[in-house]
Unconditional design. Structure first.
Length: 421
């Protein structure tokens, strides 16, 4: 059995057209399709039920498969060919989008059916995300991973700008059009992944033991900086995320339609894309850990502004600032994972990282829906912003070494020296 690894030949790959750019486009297309599906599913569920709690369950339905499959996914990503797994996931996601399309055209798409498809979509993405992340070292050299990670993050942010806005615009013309475009995007992403030329070498299959399965958890636990960065990002977005409640803000607070919802969903990604591009040209030259804490605090402050806003423009600005602040922790966290994890364990560690991201997003949506049902949407988002700032201040005391993590430029230079040695 073979899989893609960072062999000496593979490390000669550079950030160039034909390899990295196709990888970048594949990730962007897959994320665009997923974002469009998320907008369509959320709007349809809320339109059918007008129930805040049911809307929050949409996030839970995508989180549970990821939570249950995390350890299995990481082991599979390190044991089998990552490129083939990612390709299979993209084709399966295209098939799920096609089911959405056909059921919508036939008029038999119901709320229970949407939840079933959301669970299947979450399970598929549980395999896709860590495989694509672990594939990156086979596309670029190890010492270029810091910049490549930043650019790969910009692909996600670009998709989060286009996806929700495009989803809202197309949904205004009919949900079926959203699902049709999603099918095409997933298929194009699959074609791009299939066309990638990544070096593969024979590897010895990993034994299926509890120690092997849980080795990714043990590795993260042994790295305090990585553990602190992952847990901080998780709790910040878990408490501060207001994404699941945007249909309520768009409909009841700001009085906009599906297009306004799409614009609001895109605003955090606009800020994150601008932040990613800025960091790719002007990397953090002071302590990356301290910048991460500052970004999380700014994230919480922007969340509070959004909760208190009554104006669409101010809400849009707050969400944009929120996204720009969030990208700092994303880049620092992903760089730590990529540079400090051995390639033979990268699949398992990436799977756990994906679980942390999924927990903060999907479980955060459930938490937001639950608290909004108790206190109301505005109070829930306000409390989440305050909690985010409190967590950042607490984590500065629990993980003091994280605040002293060196600049990303120095970390990737150290990684290059280790590879030469």
């Amino acid at each position: 059995m073979t899989r893609a690894v960072s062999s000496p030949s593979a490390r000669r790959f550079r950030l160039r057209a034909g390899t990295f750019q196709r990888f970048w486009c594949a990730r962007a297309l897959a994320s665009i399709a997923f974002q469009m599906l998320t907008v369509a599913m959320g709007w349809q569920v809320y339109a059918l039920t007008h129930d805040v709690f049911v809307l929050g369950l949409m996030g839970l339905s995508q989180f549970l498969p990821m939570f249950l499959l995390t350890l299995v996914v990481g082991h599979v990503a390190d044991r089998y060919n990552r490129k083939r797994i990612a390709l299979a996931c993209l084709l399966l996601e295209a098939a799920l989008a096609l089911v959405f399309l056909l059921s919508s055209l036939g008029g038999w798409l119901t709320v229970p059916m949407i939840f079933v498809l959301a669970v299947l979509l979450g399970a598929t993405r549980a395999f896709e995300a860590p495989c694509l992340t672990a594939l990156l070292p086979s596309v670029v050299r190890r010492e270029k991973l810091a910049r490549a990670t930043t650019l790969a993050s910009s692909a996600k942010q670009a998709s989060q700008i286009l996806g929700p806005a495009l989803g809202g615009l197309l949904y205004a013309r009919g949900a079926s059009l959203v699902y049709f475009i999603s099918v095409l995007a997933f298929v194009c992403a699959a074609v791009l992944i299939q066309s990638l030329r990544v070096r593969s070498v024979p590897v010895k299959p990993l034994p299926v033991t509890l120690a092997a399965v849980f080795s990714g958890v043990a590795f993260i636990w042994s790295e305090p900086d990585m553990l602190g960065a992952l847990s901080l990002d998780l709790l910040a977005v878990l408490f501060g995320g207001a994404t699941a409640l945007l249909p309520i803000f768009a409909s009841d607070v700001l009085r906009t339609g599906p297009l306004g919802l799409g614009v609001l969903r895109s605003a955090p990604a606009v800020g994150a894309l601008l932040g990613s591009l800025w960091m790719s040209w002007f990397p953090l030259r002071k302590r990356a850990g301290a910048a991460m804490f500052a970004g999380v605090i700014a994230f919480g402050a922007a969340t509070i502004v959004f909760a208190l806003s009554h104006r669409f423009v101010l809400s849009l600005g707050a969400l944009t600032l929120l996204g720009a602040a969030d990208v700092i922790s994303v880049v620092v966290r992903m760089t730590l994972v990529q540079l400090r994890t051995p390639d033979e364990m990268l699949g398992r560690v990436s799977a756990i990282n994906s679980l942390f991201v999924g927990t903060s997003n999907q479980l955060g949506e459930f938490e937001s829906g639950l608290t909004a049902g108790w206190w109301g949407a505005r109070t829930a988002v306000l409390a989440g912003g305050v909690a985010t700032i409190a967590v950042a201040l607490l984590w500065m005391r629990i993980f003091p070494e994280l605040a002293r993590v060196p600049p990303l430029e120095k970390q990737r230079a150290d990684a290059a020296e280790l590879q030469k040695a």
